[in-house]
Every structure is written in structure tokens, then in C-alpha cells.
Ligand binder design. Sequence first.
Ligand code: BGC
Length: 744
Amino acid sequence: MKRLTSLLVVLLLMTSFAYSQMSKTGLNQDAKYAEQVDSVLALMTLEEKIGQLNQLSGDGEVTGPISLNNESQEAIRKGHVGSMLNINSSSYTRKIQKIAVEETRLGIPLIFGYDVIHGYKTIFPVPLGESASWDLEAIEKSARVAAVEATAAGQHWTFAPMVDIARDPRWGRIMEGAGEDPYLGSEVAKARVRGFQGADLEKKNTMVACAKHFVAYGAARAGRDYNTVDMSKRKLHEVYLPPFEAAVEAGVGTFMTSFNELNGVPVTGSKKHVKGILRDDWNYDGLIVSDWGSVMEQVVHGSAKDLKEAADYAMNATVDMDMEGHAYLPHMKELVEEGKVTEEQIDAAVRRILHKKFELGLFDNPYRYSDEELEKEVTLTDEHRQLSRDVARKSMVLLKNDNNILPMNAEVKKVAIIGPLADAKREMIGTWSAQGEAKHVVTLLEGVKNALPDAEINYVKACEVEDSDKSGFDKAMQAAKEADFVIAAVGEKAMMSGEALSRMDIGLPGVQEDLVLELAELDKPMAVVLFNGRPLVLTEVDKAAPAILESWLPGTEAGNAIADVLLGKYNPSGKLTATFPYSVGQVPIFYAHKHTGRPRTEARYTSKYIDGPNEPLYPFGYGLSYTDFDYRDLSLSNAELTTDGTLKVSVQVKNAGDMEGEEVVQFYVRDLEASVTRPVKELKGFKKIALKPGEKKTVEFTLTPEDLAFYNRDWEWTTEPGTVKVFVGGDSQNTLEAEFDLKE
Ligand code: BGC
């Protein structure tokens, strides 16, 4: 065994370093590693190659002796494992890596994957919250911090970003993405890939990203996780695919296929979608991993007769790695012998896996990421906490602020903090909180106390998030009556959004709405602070409460960030990236809908509900500030746009209030005369600007015909002549409008 390992080392040293300028990641495998990869491949038996395609889950144990079960350890020793997920900490990853390196015939290192979704130890807001910052730099930095902490703890590969478009707030995983819009979703996808992977994957503090879940997972019918998806080709290409394509453009290192079936075929086994779109149309040559058991689940879906057929479909769809599916390992050899899968296909998959290991430098030093000293040094640093606090406050959305009740006066003497989420550490970091720990969290109660050391703070929990017991209400009302300002901290628990956490009723759970309504009756200055991982139905809360701040699940620095916003140390600038419905019966509801042949009017036979509005409670792009922004002078550089031309769209934005603030200026279009129906508005650009009181800025957007292209009736990607409307404003409903002619 030692001899073979030495042989491998010699071969590696002998290989030449043919540098190429190609992307280091997904789009084109870097030719630099091709010979090295081939030199390893040449030494491998078919069984060892198949072993590389297998990914097993560990036990998540952080420290102590190896607790991985014997079966998994034995599988590693036999060369039956190419990757592990859920192995945590530098010391533990080192121990497990040692088995692969020292006890297998070829000593090929493992690649460790983990769900580092919104932070590793320092937890940032849930991704839906982060996206509401519309601040791509902040989003990138958050992913960077996550990668710095995770890589020092031995992780090489994160299963993020989730770039699934989600238009149904019942779906629990809406929390994990960037909301409903493909343009914004694409920008956020790129920012997060850049953040995780950095400029150079060879660096020790960068990790491989994974665009997931390919594809249409977010369109689960009725918002129920893992449910089936039936979708038109147009919707798939216009709405659900763009963020994945953007991830490829950003050089994402890996992709994950989804659990769902799409039009009758589970995507993990769909050659048409995985090979056809990802590999053939987009030239993506990176590693594709299945979702947990999604190779095997084809059998449960009823579209593969057994594990062997499931493995056959997935491999022929070019899924390289079987995550906890236990289908490739036992059946791939037989499939090769039967000619259903060729050895060239296996080699291609193994190449992609080895390539990542080379890129990460694991063949040079398999333990280079498992650095205990570094892990201590870079984890949960003050700088990381500060960044988390900053991203958290940038993510918050001010939904209502009657009579400028917020910001609170810093001289306030008595504050009542009421509600089950005011002092609930664990709930602040969400379900996918990696190694985040409740003990490090600053709650709203603590944050307000830090910010107002001289005020009398009276905290009453009042009720639980979920049950129906109102016996704590009296005490809460008493505290509120005596206070100068009331803060109600309500919403969802962490375990109410995320995987397998779909809800039918997306109102405030339990008796929390009653709590807010009763508090509001006291007519005190009051702000409702919401904690949740999805859009909620807040219609009654909106009617009653004078101020509402959406804080999402804000992460480790939750309370400090909220206090910054409540007290005006930070002027809120977040805007919703997913529509908040007026009623759950409107779901799915999103701004970029079609017009219909009978758009709503008062007339009887038009497209509407008879018991409520078509409009949501809060639209996409909506969010208030403590100042006012005044939009004027929308102008176009030309009345026409020709096929090879560009059009400049500009608007003047003025801070008309008396507080400095940031505004997300949003730019939408509508094609009025296409041969196929087009959405009533489509986001085509945005800019986040900062303005001092009284300051004005001209904001400019550039439009090219390509930005207006779509699939026509004959499924050709094209533009068509006709009138196009442009809209610019501070949300998707309140906009200035102009028109131009798109020429042939
Ligand atoms: C999820 C993935 C995740 C994987 C590994 C699955 O259940 O759908 O998003 O990356 O588990 O933890």
C-alpha cells in the first residue's frame, strides 16, 4: 500500500503544469489539473472509481474520538467513499481524512461537504432576509465570512447557495433562497458564489459552492416540500433556470440535483434536464451531486423499478456523485458490465471529482483545511460579529411606520418588551445554522438593554409561539400600560421554516396575533418586531399596529441589529424580495404575473376574487425608511431602441426627509406588444444608493435589446418590435412610467 502511495506521489510530481486562463471552476475545468487527474485515474480499479462516486453522511460529532459507525469507517478503508458530509471541526475532519489517506490502497483524500447556508459559527440572517438587503456586496461578504470559518474547521464544500425561485410562502424553504424574482435571484446567486469560492479556490479560506436544487424544487405543488412539479417549458426557462445559469457564469464549482419530479420525471434521473440543459446547453463541466437519497428516491417516486435502474438513470443524466443514495456503489459495476453505463462515463464523473480535490490542494496536503489553531483564531471574531450585525440590519424591512413612531426616542424611560421571541436565543439563527450556537446569540431583549442602559425595561413573555394559552396576557397588558414604548416580539420559531417545514396557515402562529391586537388597543407607541423565515399574512396586524419591522431570523447579532434599527442608529433600507399576501388564498402571488384577457375591473366577469383584493398586503420591492425618497424626472435617452443600440433610463431621486438613508431604486419593464404574453412587470436592474437629507442623485440604467429578449411563439430567443414600458420606483407598485419603441 505504501509503495502505491509513493508511486502516486511520484506520478503527481512528474505531471506538467499546463496553465490555462480558463475558469478555475464549473464552466470549464481548468486544464492545469488534467494530467494530474488522469495520472491518478490511471491507477484506479473500476471499483475504486465507483467508490469515488459515493458520498456518505457522518454523525456531525464535533470533538472527541471517532464516533463514525464502523460500517462507514470500513467503507472509507475499502475505497468505497469519495466524499463525506456532516463531519465537523478541524480535529474530526483530520481524523476521518486520516483513514482515507493512510488506510486505503491509493490514499485519495476525501472531500468534506456541509450545509454552510448563512454562516458557520457566526450566523448571518437567513438568505431570504439577506436578499432583502439588495446589497450584493454585503451578501458576498456574508458568504466570505462563512467560508473563512468553515474552511478553518476542515470543510471544503458548502451545499449553498440555494438558488431556487420561490413564489409560494407556504414552502418552508423559501427561507433559504433569494425570493421570487429571477433577475434578483441571479444577482444574489452570483454574489454568494463569489463569496464562498473567492477569487481562487486554491486559497485555504475558500470553499467550493454548490448551486441547488436543480431544478424547479421551489415550485413544489401547494407549497408542500418534496411535492411534484408540473411546469411549462416557458416558466422553467424564464423563471426557474436563470439563477442556475447565473451560477454557472459565476463559475460555481458544483451543482446539486433536486428531489422533485418535473413533468413526470424525477430531476435526478432526467437526462433531458441535467445533461441536456446543464452539460449540453450551458457547457457546465463541474461536479454534480444528487440531493440526499434522490437517486434512490426515483424508486419511491415510482419511476425506476429498483436501485439499479435508479443508478442507471442518474448516471446517464450525468449525476456524478450519489449522496446517501446507496445506489451507485452496489450497482454501478453491474451497469458497466451490462453496457448500460460505459467506463468512459464513470471516468468522466471521477475526473470531475478528482479535479475538485486537486483544485482544493488536497493531494498536496489532505489536512490543509483542518487547522485547529486557525479555527480558533478566525471563528466568531469581533469582526465577523460586526459584519453579521451590519448585514442583519441591512436585511430588515420596515413594513409600517405611522406617524413616524420609529425610530424610538433614545431618551425613553420605560420600555415594555412583550412576546415569546423577545428572549429566545435559539430561534434567532434559523434551522440551517451549521455550527451556530444559541449561547452566542444576542436577543432583542439583550440588544435593547445594551442600547438603553438607563431605561427601565420590563419584559413579559405573554405566551408561547404556538400554543393557545393566554394566561400571560394580563401581565403583558399591565407592563405595556406602564411603559412609554411597547415592543412586541412575535413570529415563527426557527423550526417553522426550512426543509420539510411547510405551513398551510401562514399567519402568526398560536395566539400571537391576539396578543398584538390587544396590545394595540392600548394605543401606546408600539412597534411589532417580526421573526420569520417566510412571508406571513399580516393583514390584521397591519390594521392594528402602528409600526412593524420585519427582522427575519437575523442571526447571532439579532438583538443588537434590531436595537440599531429601532433607535435609528441605522435607517432601515431593506425591501421585500417575496410578496406578502393579503390572504393565503391568493398564493401563489408574485409581482411579475401576466395580465390575463380580463384584468380586474369592477365589472362582473373579470379576473378577481369576490371576497378580497387581487393585490398583496406588501408588494415585492416594498420597504419603508425613516426618511422619504422623492422620485422625479424619469427620462429616456431616446424614444427608440434599435437592435444594436442601447437605451439609458434615468431618474432623479431626492432624500426629501431629514435623516440620511439608503434607497433601492428599482427598474422594471413591460413588453406591451409581444407575440406571446409577457409579465406586467419584470425587474431589469436596481441600484442601492445613499442620500443625505436634501441630497439628490441621478440614477441611470442601461437597457439593451438582449435584456428584452424572450422565447417567441416558435420558441426562438428573440426580441420583437413594439412598445415597451419602463417603470422606476422604490417598489414594484409605486413607480414612474415611460415608454419607448423597440425597433426591428
Ligand atoms: C437537502 C439539501 C442538503 C442535503 C445535505 C437535503 O435534505 O435538500 O439541501 O444540502 O440534505 O444536508
